[in-house]
Design a protein. Structure first.
Ligand SMILES: [Zn+2]
Length: 206
C-alpha cells in the first residue's frame, strides 16, 4: 500500500455519498489534503453538526434545527406549524430534498410527508421502515381530503404509490399523482419510448 491508512479511510468514507465512486472520492480526498486546512476543518465541523444540530420533524419528516425544537413545546417543523397552509392536502415525497424543489417551483400550499425511501421487500424495507405507519395514523387523525403522490416513477416508487393509494382509499381520501410526460422545451424525437407512452396516456383536453 502506498497511501496513508488515514487517507484510505477518508476515501472510503467519501464513497458513501451518492454518485461518488472510488476515483471521484480519491480526487476529493486529495483536493481536501491540498487545500487550506481551514476548509477541511470547516467541512468536518458541518458534518459533525448533522447529528448534533439537525433533527427530523415528527409529523412530516422534514429536517429542522434541534434549536427550533427546543424553543417550542411540540416537535414539529415550521412548515407543519405554519397557520396559513391548506390543512386538507398532503404532498408525499420520497426524499426531504424534494420538498424544497416543490416549494420553490410551485404554488403548492398544503402540507408534506417525507417517506424514508420506497417499499423494497428485498432490501428489508416494508411499510413501517419507510414511515407508512406514521402516514396511516396522520390520515386517521386529520381532516385530509387529498393526497398528492410526488414519488418517483421507478418500479419501487410505483409500488409505494399503489400501497399509499390503498391506505387513502380505505379512508375515502382522494389521491392524485404528478403527471409524467414531455419536459418543458423538450422535443419528442429525443425522448425515450416509456416517457412518450406516459405522456400519450396522460394527455388532456386543451
Ligand atoms: Zn413538519
Amino acid at each position: 500500500m502506498i497511501k496513508s491508512k488515514y487517507l484510505e479511510n477518508l476515501i472510503d468514507a467519501l464513497t458513501i455519498l451518492p454518485g461518488i465512486g472510488r476515483k471521484s472520492a480519491q480526487r476529493m480526498a486529495f483536493e481536501l489534503l491540498n487545500s487550506n486546512p481551514e476548509k477541511s476543518l470547516h467541512l468536518s465541523k458541518e458534518l459533525t453538526n448533522i447529528d448534533s444540530k439537525i433533527s427530523k420533524c415528527k409529523i412530516c419528516g422534514l429536517f429542522m434545527d434541534i434549536e427550533e425544537v427546543e424553543q417550542q413545546t411540540n416537535e414539529s417543523c415550521h412548515v407543519c406549524e405554519r397557520q396559513n397552509r391548506d390543512t386538507s392536502i398532503i404532498c408525499i415525497v420520497g426524499s426531504a430534498s424534494d420538498v424544497y424543489v416543490i416549494d420553490e417551483s410551485t404554488s403548492y400550499n398544503g402540507y408534506y410527508f417525507v417517506l424514508q425511501g420506497n417499499l423494497s421487500p428485498i432490501d428489508g424495507k416494508g411499510p413501517a421502515e419507510i414511515g407508512l405507519d406514521r402516514l396511516d395514523k396522520r390520515l386517521t387523525n386529520k381532516n385530509i381530503k387529498e393526497l398528492i403522490l410526488a414519488t418517483s416513477s421507478t418500479i419501487e416508487g410505483e409500488a409505494t404509490a399503489h400501497y399509499i393509494k390503498n391506505i387513502a382509499s380505505e379512508k375515502g381520501i382522494n389521491v392524485s399523482r404528478l403527471a409524467f410526460g414531455l419536459p418543458i422545451n423538450g422535443e419528442i424525437g429525443f425522448l425515450d419510448n416509456e416517457t412518450i407512452s406516459h405522456a400519450f396516456n396522460e394527455r388532456k383536453i386543451i
